[in-house]
Design a protein around this ligand. Structure first.
Ligand code: URA
Length: 184
């Protein structure tokens, strides 16, 4: 059985895909290990690679604002990504990279045992909910999978490019807050 410490050590020593060659830090995940809500992004960016912490760049600051707006404390949730190492130039993860990395997330989920999983963006939703997930049509919808309640919201980086979608994001985040207040 994993422990958080052994899984972190294994993850940071991982050489299963090419991305280990260009990483500064592996970005394992942060937050409360007793969190009942898990947010899952796509992959680390430049700031995350430099610091080893997920969602600390511009997109992360925007995520913080939405968490604050609906009264969810960042320290009460757990935040991780599908990929633990940064893809060069922030390109989309390759299927082979996701396949090499997804077991770490699976094992994090087994340790955390969250009640609610929130996918941040299309890449995460297509991996964790269904391969043909349409983020513009299906964000905010709840699914039940393997005993978890799971939903997806827009990726904060998309909201930086298209701020008009922030209203929908706020509505989705309010529903997530309601959901966690009812299930926890
Ligand atoms: N985007 C992500 O998907 N994850 C991060 O950690 C940072 C930006």
């Amino acid at each position: 059985m994993d422990t958080w410490e052994s899984l972190l050590a294994e993850c940071c020593a991982c050489t299963a895909c090419e991305l280990h060659k260009t990483r500064t830090n592996c970005v394992f995940g942060t937050g409360s290990t007793s969190a009942k809500i898990l947010f899952v992004g796509e992959a680390p960016g430049d700031n995350e690679d430099k610091t080893g912490t997920p969602f600390v760049g511009r997109a992360g600051k925007l995520l913080d604002q939405f968490l604050f707006a609906v009264d969810i404390k960042r320290e009460d949730v757990y935040i991780a990504n599908i990929l633990k190492c940064r893809p060069p130039q922030n390109r989309d993860p390759l299927p082979v990279e996701e396949d090499a990395c997804i077991d770490f997330l699976r094992r994090q989920v087994r340790l955390l045992r969250p009640k609610v999983i929130v996918c941040l963006g299309r890449i995460s939703a297509q991996r964790l909910i269904k391969p043909d997930f349409k983020i513009t049509k299906e964000h905010g919808i709840w699914f039940e999978k393997n005993g978890f309640l799971i939903t997806a919201v827009y990726h904060p980086a998309l909201l930086l490019r298209d701020p008009r979608r922030k209203e929908e994001m706020l509505e989705d985040m309010k529903k997530i807050k309601e959901k966690i207040d009812t299930v926890l």
